[in-house]
Design a protein around this ligand. Structure first.
Ligand SMILES: Cc1cc2nc3c(=O)[nH]c(=O)nc-3n(C[C@H](O)[C@H](O)[C@H](O)COP(=O)(O)OP(=O)(O)OC[C@H]3O[C@@H](n4cnc5c(N)ncnc54)[C@H](O)[C@@H]3O)c2cc1C
Ligand SMILES: NC(=O)c1ccc[n+]([C@@H]2O[C@H](COP(=O)([O-])OP(=O)(O)OC[C@H]3O[C@@H](n4cnc5c(N)ncnc54)[C@H](O)[C@@H]3O)[C@@H](O)[C@H]2O)c1
Length: 479
């Protein structure tokens, strides 16, 4: 069989772009197929617009909170059309990184269209047939819409339509309190909408309990109405409003409804049966090297079972390049950090305290408060803490919650990947005052017992005794 390409990548989001860019730069004949916009979800309807919206919301909030630092607070005037223009500017600034021209300059053939399999190593896009010994599926995910009575007839929003809203919602009801629901609840509340967040018990189920409570208390303090007490049984559209009926008979009413109840892998167009690729309940089934049941096909990013995050999609792409380009059998890292970008931010790496206690009999937890961090105090943003989770002396997890907590993750990611040590971090000279000091303080606290413990005190005592003797001796010989 003569192949048209060395590698075909389906999907131009974070996973597909990383793979196609790497393979193209290695000189492989690479095709990248994208049916919609280059950049995929992250740039067009995910991370980028949501973080840009949170940035605008944080500015609005800082105007209300200015009294904390001695400046007269003012009520922000939010001009929704201008906020949308800010989102568009941010997207336009990032778009060239993901643009067709950049990839073509690396030798990638970028093809606009929808791909589907016709065999184990063959695909088609409209009338065009392509083939390659390696095919990478990176088709992402779409919103999961729960089977709630009447929901299909309600004009609800998702992350795909939220950014095109013509007006700022008077009252945004958000269904689902995962990262999307939580981030958008804070953003829209700070921009001036009334917000009701309807979720399941326990809210932020995967997160550290103390961190989740702190974050939810902050949302409530800013005026977000939290409803985690009853499931939604029905949804109805009424004149200029949307109504959710809960199992306890109560009704939540708002001007707009955002459904943020998770994701499903986007596989419908692919005809994976033709390729012999196995699909499970959470997406394409893959091993730790992101290989599917068809040895010629890899599946990366949101379309496979596993973490649905841009940096995880990027790591999948790097592994694909290592395998396809160099024949390396790399595997993905087991611990992927995640951050919820609210104020305070909630950052997690590895298991939470509760997860670790469920798995291990002996768990040691070290906690430091941001209230003890001078930089956080100077900025009046001292709410939050750091928690190390150790099992038999080995670091297995870390939770950081506080303003900019996500920015503090790098040393911990290095540490868990065994690229540095807890001991090394405990002795690092960290600029003062920075929030990074909390990382050093946490690492130092892991050794504090030993540094000031029985053996250390014995050794220091022995040295002091010897020194006293020597000093007394030299005094007496000098006289
Ligand atoms: C509101 C929101 C905020 C988020 N914020 C963050 C965040 O802050 N940090 C973070 O790490 N993650 C975040 N995420 C998750 C992140 O966006 C995704 O994990 C990431 O974009 C997935 O990348 P991907 O390449 O797997 O898929 P995608 O980016 O979805 O790309 C898949 C591409 O494949 C194309 N495609 C699909 N089928 C075909 C086909 N048959 N033929 C051709 N093309 C096809 C699609 O058009 C799409 O462009 C957020 C998600 C949402 C919804
Ligand atoms: N900061 C970030 O890194 C970030 C931000 C946004 C999204 N993301 C990623 O995007 C993906 C989607 O996020 P998401 O928040 O939509 O999904 P999610 O699966 O993380 O959370 C969905 C939430 O909806 C709730 N839910 C489901 N059905 C419900 C129902 N019928 N009624 C009430 N609640 C219901 C679930 O209990 C869950 O809490 C995730 O993989 C996430 O990791 C990441």
């Amino acid at each position: 069989m003569r192949f048209s390409h060395d590698v075909i990548v389906i999907g131009g989001g974070s996973a597909g772009l990383t793979t196609a860019g790497g393979c193209g730069r290695l000189g492989l004949r690479t095709a990248l197929i994208e049916r919609a916009r280059m950049g995929g979800e992250c740039l067009n309807s995910g991370c980028v617009p949501s973080k840009a919206l949170l940035a605008a919301a944080a500015r609005a909030q800082s105007m209300r909170d200015a009294g904390r630092v001695g400046i007269q607070p003012v009520a922000p005037v939010v001009v929704w059309a201008e906020v949308r223009a800010h989102l568009a500017r941010v997207q336009a600034a990032i778009a060239p990184h993901d643009g067709r021209e950049r990839f073509e300059a690396w030798g990638v053939e970028v093809i606009a269209g929808e791909a589907s399999f016709t065999g184990h190593r063959t695909i088609r896009i409209g009338e065009r047939a392509l083939s390659a010994p390696r095919i990478v599926v990176a088709t992402g995910s779409r919103p999961r819409i729960p089977p709630i009575d009447g929901l299909a007839e309600v004009p609800f929003l998702t992350n795909e339509t939220l950014w095109d809203l013509a007006v700022l919602p008077d009252h945004l009801v958000i269904l689902g309190a995962g990262p999307v629901g939580i981030e958008m609840a804070q953003a829209f509340r700070r921009l001036g909408s009334a917000v009701t967040l309807v979720g399941q018990v326990p809210p932020l189920a995967r997160e550290d309990r103390d961190a989740a409570s702190l974050l939810l208390a902050c949302l409530a303090a800013e005026g977000v109405t939290l409803r985690f007490d009853a499931t939604v049984t029905a949804a109805r559209a009424v004149t200029n409003a949307v109504m959710l009926t809960l199992a306890d008979g109560s009704v939540v009413r708002g001007s707009h409804l955002l459904v943020a109840t998770g994701r499903v892998a986007d596989l419908d167009a692919l005809d994976l049966l033709q390729a012999g690729v196995e699909v499970g309940p959470d997406g394409i089934v893959v091993d730790a090297g992101r290989r599917t049941s068809n040895p010629a096909v890899m599946a990366l990013g949101d379309c496979r079972a596993g973490p649905r995050l841009t940096h995880a999609a990027g790591e999948d792409g790097a592994i694909a390049v290592a395998r396809i380009g160099f024949g390396l059998r790399s595997r993905v890292q087991t611990n992927v950090p995640r951050v919820i970008y609210t104020e305070p931010e909630l950052a997690q790496l590895g298991p939470t305290e509760a997860d670790a206690r469920g798995r291990h009999a002996e768990v040691r937890v070290i906690r430091q408060e941001l209230g003890d961090n001078d930089r956080a105090l100077t900025a009046h943003s001292a709410g939050g803490f750091g928690k190390l989770i150790l099992v038999r002396g080995r670091l297995v997890g870390i939770t950081l919650v506080g303003e900019h907590a996500g920015e503090l993750m790098l040393p911990w990611v290095m540490l868990m990947g065994r690229r540095t040590s807890l001991w090394g971090l405990s002795g690092a000279v960290v600029p003062y005052p920075t929030r990074s000091e909390i990382s050093k303080a946490l690492a130092f606290a892991a050794y504090e017992d030993r540094l000031f413990g029985r053996h250390a005190r014995w050794w220091a005592g022995l040295l002091a005794w010897l020194r006293r003797g020597l000093a007394a001796h030299s005094e007496s010989t000098a006289r």
